[in-house]
Design a protein around this ligand. Structure first.
Ligand SMILES: *[C@@H]1O[C@H](CO)[C@@H](O)[C@H](O)[C@H]1NC(C)=O
Ligand SMILES: *[C@@H]1O[C@H](CO)[C@@H](O)[C@H](O)[C@H]1NC(C)=O
Ligand SMILES: *[C@@H]1O[C@H](CO)[C@@H](O)[C@H](O)[C@H]1NC(C)=O
Ligand SMILES: *[C@@H]1O[C@H](CO)[C@@H](O)[C@H](O)[C@H]1NC(C)=O
Ligand SMILES: *[C@@H]1O[C@H](CO)[C@@H](O)[C@H](O)[C@H]1NC(C)=O
Ligand SMILES: *[C@@H]1O[C@H](CO)[C@@H](O)[C@H](O)[C@H]1NC(C)=O
Ligand SMILES: *[C@@H]1O[C@H](CO)[C@@H](O)[C@H](O)[C@H]1NC(C)=O
Ligand SMILES: *[C@@H]1O[C@H](CO)[C@@H](O)[C@H](O)[C@H]1NC(C)=O
Ligand SMILES: *[C@@H]1O[C@H](CO)[C@@H](O)[C@H](O)[C@H]1NC(C)=O
Length: 656
């Protein structure tokens, strides 16, 4: 493992911060850009008090405070009561369309809708893997979204998204989820096409160069604008790091607002009309905690989640949550002191998705020197990285003050530190954000786990992400939270479990439950595989021409629908059966024979084939597609330039 190299790869803050002030003068041309954008698309909720800078605000009557984990928050409970009802109509529609022979889905859902507890509780989890994961995951979400054109036609799975209670993302998957919610729960189709012909997801002009708006915003102005935003946070007295820059820069590609929407906060999603009326699923992002003095992220690392209400951890180490809107306030006694200030605006959407994807900090710095017009301070930062990466212990995403200072000091590794360091959620190998969704009190029945990890030599998944979560469930840090058994990577490849959808944990009787334990969700594993396009772009490939972007999204859509049912005409039915499975069991309803056939076909039956697998080089699944078309920089090319540093990268390149 080369993880250590990554953990130490940040630069001295002084180096980053000192020259920033230089670029803080106003930039008139940018203001034109703002007006232009504002007219195009009005959006909800840029509600931070002072742009990107956090700021003190009057405290609400009930002082914000930490809470003990072990249940969902009161706000989530109240929201869920609305959401579960909102899923009834879309679920009825979807399950009816899925046409399970001999099963009256409408009557069944009507019967279980009242008590709610028997209603299927569906979650979708989108893995990390940079832009590849954003696009492939986006293809799945587009297929599941009834608003996508064609998604509710025969062979489609449209409506699954509207039937879902949770939508979790990690790293590149977190960019997808954030982009959807920061744009008023826009559809992937609209993010791709734009509302008025100008798409939001413009990845042909990469993050180093900045948005392609000739005459409006050039590379130096773009970086100056990013730098100015980050400087405002520093000037307000908050620590800044590369995660701030990276998150702000990405926002220009993900958030359809002037200057990448510096005032958009994660907590503001809770105020969004669609979300607050529970007409969307509940978004969650994931990051890992780093224990002080350690650089290795392992399965023992504390997993943190971010949702519109809270940030914190279910793990027995931290076992607590802070109100996300007031991050950076002083919670050192569990509650903001009577003379203390309430801080708002720290939970910038970009800082949250930047935290979840902090692996890309180093990528940003490595590549930046190749681009003209990048300000010197960032170039120096890049050089600083190369010189110092081995002995530096700078942190990747800092949360200062640590919201959990003094909290659970017996078990919380960071309880005594003013600074909490968080890193990319995939660094513990759990590259699919399953952790928040398997917590027993969330009562999730089924997780559609979209895996765009680059595990194999050709950047396809091999089940490592799922297995990491299974392995973790067997260790003390899981505190008894179960996960379906998952085999080794060779079995995945040898039995083709990574080249087609596979269900894990189908048979709930196969779990031996101890006191206080409950059966985990059924996991529908949806691995990235080539249906119509080689969607195995390398993790650090920053540039996607529109046709390539569209082809990867389309391929993700074909994965999700099994080529609109051309690979398996029963696929829509099988998705419906997976969604229903645990609910049927709870209500003692006989399993329709069509579902039994699905389970025979898609459930992993426990067989192993652990002999060393041959090189995994999958062929296109849809007939009529020929030839290699990836056009992506190959892994080898990606490794070419950076010498020693890249050696350290290799380990991670195959994972995320
Ligand atoms: C957000 O989306 C909803 C549903 O499409 C729409 O009714 C509402 O007007 C949108 N809000 C904004 C501010 O664009
Ligand atoms: C599947 O359906 C979508 C949406 O209608 C369409 O764009 C796509 O071409 C179809 N793919 C196949 C393989 O039929
Ligand atoms: C995790 O912690 C346990 C003790 O709580 C220890 O036995 C185990 O080796 C650790 N695992 C890793 C991967 O560090
Ligand atoms: C661990 O699990 C037990 C039993 O489910 C629960 O009562 C306890 O609160 C959990 N403790 C922690 C610290 O997670
Ligand atoms: C935070 O609040 C505690 C009391 O709850 C106080 O002792 C401490 O000095 C405060 N810290 C800061 C940095 O204001
Ligand atoms: C499977 O994935 C892991 C983690 O990405 C990687 O280290 C391993 O080499 C892969 N094995 C195979 C056979 O693809
Ligand atoms: C059933 O449980 C056993 C014991 O945990 C496990 O080894 C086996 O893989 C499980 N079978 C399936 C199909 O999950
Ligand atoms: C993508 O996958 C194909 C088929 O497995 C392989 O031939 C190609 O080299 C891969 N491309 C990259 C960039 O890994
Ligand atoms: C970024 O770095 C990677 C890995 O070193 C390399 O493959 C890629 O071409 C670089 N991109 C740019 C825009 O310089």
């Amino acid at each position: 493992m080369h993880l250590q190299l990554w953990q130490s790869s940040l630069l001295p803050l002084a180096l980053l911060n000192a020259p920033l002030l230089v670029s803080a003068e106003p930039i008139p041309v940018l203001q034109q850009h703002q007006k232009h954008d504002l007219m195009l698309s009005p959006r909800a909720r840029p509600n931070a008090p002072d742009g990107y800078a956090p700021a003190p605000v009057p405290c609400p009557k009930d002082k914000p405070k930490l809470r003990v984990a072990g249940a969902v928050s009161d706000r989530e409970t109240a929201w869920l009561a609305k959401r579960r009802k909102e899923t009834v109509a879309p679920m009825t529609e979807f399950l009816t369309r899925a046409n399970i022979p001999g099963f009256d889905a409408g009557a069944y859902i009507k019967k279980v809708a009242d008590g709610v507890k028997d209603l299927p509780n569906i979650a979708i989890a989108v893995s990390g893997g940079g832009y590849r994961a954003l696009l492939n995951g986006g293809g799945f979400v587009a297929a599941a979204d009834s608003r996508t054109s064609g998604a509710t036609d025969k062979g489609g799975i449209g409506g699954l998204l509207q039937s879902s209670t949770y939508l979790a993302g990690l790293s590149g998957g977190g960019w997808l989820v954030s982009s959807i919610y920061a744009n008023n729960f826009t559809s992937v189709e609209e993010l791709r096409n734009g509302k008025k012909g100008s798409s939001i997801w413009q990845f042909d002009s990469n993050i180093f160069v900045g948005p392609d708006l000739p005459g409006i915003l050039d590379t130096p102005r773009y970086w100056a604008s990013v730098a100015k935003q980050v400087a405002s946070k520093k000037d307000a007295g908050f620590q800044t790091s590369i995660t701030d820059y990276w998150g702000r820069a990405l926002s220009y590609q993900l958030i359809d607002a002037p200057d990448g929407g510096p005032s958009y906060t994660f907590s503001s999603i809770a105020l969004d009309e669609e979300f607050s009326n529970a007409r969307t699923p509940f978004p969650i992002l994931v990051a890992d905690g780093r224990a002080p003095g350690t650089k290795i992220i392992s399965l023992n690392s504390t997993v943190y989640e971010f949702n519109p209400f809270e940030m914190g951890s279910h793990d027995p180490t931290v076992f607590g949550f802070a109100p996300i809107e007031y991050l950076a306030s002083n919670f050192s006694n569990g509650v903001i002191p009577s003379n203390g200030k309430c801080i708002r605006g720290f939970d910038s959407v970009s800082y949250i998705f930047g935290t979840s994807s902090s692996l890309f900090n180093a990528f940003l710095l490595q590549n930046i020197s190749a681009v003209e017009g990048v300000p010197d301070f960032l170039l120096e930062a890049g050089t600083g990285l190369l010189e110092h990466f081995d002995d530096r212990d700078d942190d990747i995403a800092q949360y200062v003050p640590n919201p959990f200072l003094g909290w659970n000091s017996k078990t919380n590794p960071n309880a005594n530190r003013i600074e909490l360091d968080l890193v990319d959620g995939g660094l513990d190998l759990q590259n699919i954000p399953l952790h928040p969704l398997i917590q027993p009190f969330r009562n999730v029945d089924v997780i559609f786990a979209v895996d765009s990890s680059a595990d194999t030599i050709y950047s396809w998944p091999n089940g490592t992400a799922l297995r990491a979560t299974y392995d973790r469930s067997q260790s003390a840090i899981a505190n008894g939270t179960l996960f379906p058994p998952v085999p080794d990577e060779h079995t995945f490849i040898n039995l083709g479990l990574n080249s087609r959808p596979t269900f894990f944990g189908c048979d709930s009787k196969n779990f031996t439950l101890k006191e206080g334990q409950s059966v985990p969700p059924l996991v529908v594993y949806i691995p990235n595989a080539p249906y119509s396009f080689n969607s195995n772009a390398s993790t650090f490939d920053p540039t996607y021409a529109d046709d390539r972007r569209n082809s990867i999204i389309r391929n993700g859509y074909e994965v999700a629908t099994q080529g609109n049912g051309t690979v398996d005409s029963a696929w829509t039915t099988c998705v419906a059966c997976a969604a229903l499975s645990r609910s049927l069991e709870r209500t003692g309803t006989p399993v329709p024979s069509a579902c039994t056939e699905c389970f025979t076909k898609y459930c992993w039956d426990g067989k192993l084939d652990a002999k060393a697998s041959a090189e995994y080089e999958p062929k296109f699944k849809l007939s009529g597609v020929k030839g290699a078309n990836s056009g992506a920089g190959s892994v080898k090319a990606a490794m070419g330039t950076m010498g020693g540093l890249v050696i350290g990268m290799i380990g991670m390149m195959f994972i995320l």
